[in-house]
Design a binder for this molecule. Structure first.
Ligand code: HEM
Length: 281
């Protein structure tokens, strides 16, 4: 079974035109399988989490009842990006699954919103947030080994609690970053092929048939990959033990109890909430 759909160019050459659309169903089944296997593993097989904790009384006293996690700007970015992502997925794949409508304009407009929001996020994360908080560090890797050994019944000390993001979230971020970049870069070039009311001048001759074809294939492959990634993301977002994290993406804070249970104050120091107008006098 070929995962690419081919056509014959006027010169008789076989050229790729896009991915084979059955991959949409492969992605949906892969996402569902992941959810079922994970739910069974957590519900019936995995041992409850155990962490090393050694918080000093002074450190404990410094933790407020509501621990700030995501600033207003970071939350706004997340939800703008989420809406753009859903619009992109539905406009791209519903027509392929038989629900026909005029999807192209909605799709590229959402594509430009996603591109602008990601550009904004890169600047915000590089200069106004802790850039390194989302990349694996040495303790993450040491603890991944400890967690693996303990999960298969071998002797190993309990891991430390997480910094701001667990290792799994850091991997997820890296994978979605790569697939997001792939759809954005290819999508921006593909704007040259569609009528964008003058925003992009049309030039379908910018590349040859083969290059255009590969670009559509890469766009489609990253796109179906995003079906799985978004399904997994939403699944974790609604799981009961992760709900405190999801709520923090709405309200900006998580409870002191949850923070102390899963996060190490030495690895993720709480930012002092900016003083209110009354406090400043
Ligand atoms: C979640 C992200 C995205 C997904 C799942 C997605 C998926 C798709 C799919 C499946 C197609 C049809 C391609 C084909 O016929 O081979 C497509 C076309 C297209 N996409 Fe995306 N895309 C995404 C993001 C973007 C972004 C960020 C942009 C722009 C910056 C963009 C712009 C376009 C354009 C211009 C087309 C061409 C339409 C045409 O040639 O008729 N897409 N997209």
């Amino acid at each position: 079974m070929d995962f690419i759909t081919w056509a014959t160019s006027p010169w008789g050459r076989a050229v790729p035109i896009h991915i084979a659309w059955y991959l949409i169903w492969v992605a949906l089944i892969a996402g569902l399988t992941f959810m079922i296997v994970h739910a069974i593993y957590v519900g019936m097989i995995a041992a409850p989490k155990k962490f090393t904790k050694n918080d000093s009384p002074e450190a404990l006293a410094a933790i407020p009842e509501r621990v700030p996690r995501h600033s207003m700007v970071a939350r706004a970015f997340h939800w703008v990006m989420a809406i753009a992502m859903f619009v992109l997925l539905f406009t791209a794949f519903l027509p392929k699954a038989g629900i026909k409508f005029n999807w192209v304009a909605y799709h590229w407009i959402a594509g430009l919103v996603l591109t602008a929001s990601i550009l904004f996020h890169v600047i915000h994360a590089s200069f106004f947030m802790d850039f390194w908080s989302i990349w694996p560090d040495k303790i993450d890797l040491r603890d991944a080994r400890r967690r693996l050994l303990r999960s298969i019944g071998k002797e190993a000390p309990p891991p430390d609690r997480f910094a701001k993001y667990p290792l799994e979230n850091k991997f997820y971020h890296a994978v979605i970053l790569l697939s997001g970049l792939a759809v954005i870069v290819t999508g921006l070039f593909m704007m040259k092929r569609v009528n964008t009311a003058g925003i992009f001048t049309r030039n379908p001759y910018l590349f040859g048939d083969m290059t255009w074809g590969m670009m559509y294939v890469l766009h489609g492959l990253a796109g179906v990959g995003l079906i799985v990634l978004i399904m997994v993301h939403v699944y974790f977002g609604i799981r009961p033990e992760k709900r405190a994290i999801t709520k923090s993406m709405v309200f900006g804070w998580m409870s002191r109890d949850f923070y102390l249970e899963e996060h190490d104050p030495q690895r993720w120091a709480i930012e002092k909430p900016s003083t209110t107008r009354e406090e400043r006098g």
